[in-house]
Design a protein around this ligand. Structure first.
Ligand SMILES: NC(=O)C1=CN([C@@H]2O[C@H](COP(=O)(O)OP(=O)(O)OC[C@H]3O[C@@H](n4cnc5c(N)ncnc54)[C@H](OP(=O)(O)O)[C@@H]3O)[C@@H](O)[C@H]2O)C=CC1
Ligand SMILES: [Cu+2]
Length: 469
């Protein structure tokens, strides 16, 4: 061993027994399958020591985490789960990168946990205390799941897009004797419509769960009840839904700008007409100079509202980046994520309304339901109406009372332990809403206390996701 030790850059190589006898904190850096064979003979030596499990699993959702398994082999030791989310590369890189990656720490013994937190901080990491060892299940699961919060928003956007595309093709090509567009326009002019419908629907769906949460809280008469599991998940995905909407808005804006011309947007431009007098006898060639295709008020206002929505949504999206969000205080972050978010939704709905309102009037009921712009604004206006209703007395005051802990007599508690996201044992997990029970449900939250374990903002995720209790 001493011969080998020279090649370890000063790290002393000793036997397992010697290592244990000379250390207060022992880091077990072997794979799970070797825990028992390697450690059961020295279990007695590890009693009263802090044993750090850094291992990872290869399968999701097991009844017992690696750390819990290790604790069962070493009953006397204080097992702490930590460092499993930090790759060997990151360990090597930390001194040069200038950043401090998060190290999550979980263990049943608070003193042992504290020791490992101090150790992680001394190594240059940002330690996040996750509480009891049970949290190690989440710590191990988290590394195995790939973009868990993106799957639903992307699947939903795809489904809405396909439906909208089929609808657009039906109303413009199949249900018409003389289609208003050529099949050649399928790639931009026609495609831009379902893109726009999906973008605005996703934007509305980002803000809808916050409003539904308000409905549920009023119905329950208490904030101390879990939301149904799908609501909990929906609340958690709001950042991703908002970003999917933003990406679609970018595509919509670029396609629209490329097509802006009297040919593509006839009603947005004044017609340039040349009148040849009826009695004129033309002795020479007739020269027609067609110009002055300036926009009508409809074209200009639709463009203005579209541009405003795009730019403001960019601001909301940028503050959803964690490092940017962290640089804002609570009030600033809330103004952007909630207030500005609803303004973006209202401006987007106004953009579609300006474009379509004349057509809706001409079509009348029920044909108006075949108007792309009309269908696009239904959901946004529903969400905005709910927001308005919950922001005005008497509902605003009632909701505020509930969110500050007041409970109605005969409040509907339901099954407190059922439902939810199954993470109730460790509600301060990063990114977990845990807010199924506590979440305020508002897109941004009216109550900072709730926000600690609450549902976070619509777009920005959970401002205090990394709060250490
Ligand atoms: N590498 C990484 O970036 C990260 C790794 N981890 C976790 O750290 C642990 C170690 O990972 P890593 O170092 O990459 O893996 P390696 O395969 O490189 O190292 C495994 C270690 O286990 C020892 N070992 C292998 N077989 C046995 C056995 N039969 N009995 C006892 N000991 C054995 C090896 O000893 P020997 O040298 O004598 O063969 C070696 O020290 C794993 O649980 C992994 O999940 C966690 C986060 C990041
Ligand atoms: Cu548009």
């Amino acid at each position: 061993m001493s011969a080998l030790g020279d090649s370890f850059c000063g790290v002393e190589l000793v036997s397992i027994r010697e290592c244990i006898s000379t250390s207060d904190v022992v880091i077990v850096a072997i794979h799970r399958e070797y825990f028992r064979s390697t450690l059961q003979d020295v279990a007695h030596l590890l009693a009263d020591k802090v044993v750090v499990d850094v291992s990872n699993r290869e399968t999701l959702k097991v009844a017992q985490s690696n750390a819990e398994y290790l604790a069962s082999i070493l009953p006397g030791a204080s097992v702490v789960k930590a460092f499993n989310s930090v790759s060997a590369f990151a360990m090597d890189d930390i001194s040069e990168s200038g950043t401090s990656p998060a190290v999550y720490v979980a263990g049943n013994d608070p003193e042992a946990r504290e020791k490992v937190i101090i150790l992680a901080q001394a190594m240059g990491f940002r330690a996040v205390n996750l509480g009891l060892l049970k949290a190690s299940r989440w710590m191990e699961d988290d590394l195995l799941s790939v973009f868990p919060l993106w799957k639903m928003p992307i699947a939903l956007a795809t489904a809405i897009f396909v439906l909208a595309w089929v609808f657009v093709v039906y109303i413009y090509f199949i249900n018409r004797d003389k289609p208003p567009y050529s099949w050649e326009q399928l790639f931009m002019k026609v495609l831009n419509k379902p893109v726009c419908m999906t973008a605005i629907a996703m934007m509305a769906l980002t803000y809808l769960p916050g409003q539904l949460a308000s409905v549920l809280q009023i119905y329950y008469g208490t904030k101390h009840r879990r939301f149904p599991q799908f609501m909990d998940f929906w609340l958690k995905c709001r950042k991703q839904m908002g970003l999917v909407s933003f990406f679609l808005v970018i595509i919509h804006a670029v396609l629209s700008v490329m097509m802006i011309s009297p040919t593509y947007y006839g009603s947005w431009f004044h017609k340039a007409t040349v009148t040849v007098p009826a009695n004129s006898t033309l002795n020479s060639a007739l020269v027609l100079t067609v110009s002055k295709h300036w926009m009508t008020w409809k074209g200009e206002s639709a463009c203005l509202l579209g541009t405003l929505a795009f730019v403001l949504m960019g601001v909301v999206a940028v503050t959803s980046i964690r490092s940017v969000g962290d640089s804002l205080n609570w009030s600033e972050w809330r103004s952007v994520q909630s207030n500005l978010g609803y303004i973006v939704l209202a401006v987007s709905a106004a953009h579609a309304t300006v474009m379509g309102a004349q057509g809706w009037y001409k079509r009348g009921f029920p044909k108006v339901f075949f108007a792309v712009t009309f269908l696009s604004v239904l959901l946004p206006f529903l969400v905005l109406a709910m927001k308005l209703a919950f922001s005005l007395p008497p509902l605003s005051g009632y909701l505020r009372k509930i969110r500050r802990g007041w409970e109605r007599e005969g409040a509907r508690y339901g099954d407190l332990e059922g439902g939810g996201n199954g993470q109730q044992a460790y509600c301060n997990l990063p990114g977990s809403s845990g807010g199924a029970r506590q979440g305020n449900g508002d897109c941004c939250g009216d109550n900072i206390e709730l926000e600690k374990s609450g549902s976070g903002a619509a777009f920005g995720g959970n401002k205090n996701a990394q709060v250490t209790f």
